[in-house]
Write a protein that binds this ligand. Structure first.
Ligand SMILES: [Zn+2]
Length: 132
């Protein structure tokens, strides 16, 4: 896998060989060393969270503890966390295309497509998330 950076929307993503951005369709280029290292750190953190979900599940007390942890952290960090969730929602919504999801994540993609409509309708899309 190689990390690419979109020349227009500046998003980083991994692929086995890309010439165009998944999000906006623009040309891609290699990211700089710092961007790539930060991208990979984000992936590493994600893997830790996913491993925990895989073994502990999101329902019940583990989920309660996670939510309590998020909601008791600094309010600016709560805002950043919610912004990250919003970016995930918009990304899942962009996968609401034939062949981009299957039955395992269909409910997530469909839910996020509906949530994205509200986010866009209300004008809550952050400048960094605008692709057009
Ligand atoms: Zn792009």
């Amino acid at each position: 896998m190689t990390v690419y950076k979109c020349t227009k929307c500046q998003k980083l993503f991994e692929s086995y060989g890309k010439e165009k951005c998944d999000i906006c369709g623009s040309e891609v280029e290699p990211p700089n060393e710092y961007e790539e290292a930060k991208f990979l750190k984000g992936k590493e953190l994600c893997q830790q969270i996913m491993d925990s979900l895989n073994t502990m599940g999101m329902e019940g007390v583990f989920g309660d503890g996670f939510i309590a942890g998020v909601c008791s952290t600094h309010r600016s960090l709560q805002q950043d966390f919610c912004g990250l969730l919003q970016r995930c929602i918009l990304h899942f919504a962009s996968m609401n295309k034939e062949g981009w999801h299957d039955q395992r994540n269909e409910a997530t993609v469909k839910l996020c497509a509906e949530l994205a409509k509200v986010v866009k309708e209300k004008g809550w899309v952050r400048e960094s998330e605008r692709t057009s």
